[in-house]
Design a protein around this ligand. Structure first.
Ligand SMILES: [Zn+2]
Length: 94
């Protein structure tokens, strides 16, 4: 991937304007689009934020479940565990 460099100044609040061409290339021209910001060694990396499954990291067929994002495949696996566990699996010591 070819690197394209554009120099931008931070403002007093630490904000920076992401070049319009970059946003357009990522299909991020709406105010509701989000970036995920990470540090990789001495770089600040911005990625287009896409909700991903907390179990497999997949971004396809995701849904929210109790404030977490889970894909349909992992949800099915969880349901399978639920039905495979016998009702007396949890022992209660008295
Ligand atoms: Zn998953």
């Amino acid at each position: 991937m070819k690197e394209i460099g554009i120099i931008r100044m931070l403002d007093r609040m630490g904000r920076i304007v992401i070049p319009k061409e970059f946003r357009k290339q990522l299909g991020m021209e709406n105010e509701v689009d989000s970036f995920e910001i990470t540090m990789e060694e001495n770089r600040i990396v911005l990625r287009k934020y896409e909700p991903h499954c907390i179990f497999c990291g997949g971004t396809e067929n995701c849904t929210d479940f109790r404030d977490q994002t889970v894909c349909i495949d992992c949800l099915r696996d969880l349901q399978q565990i639920e039905t495979e566990t016998p009702p007396n699996a949890v022992s209660t010591e008295e």
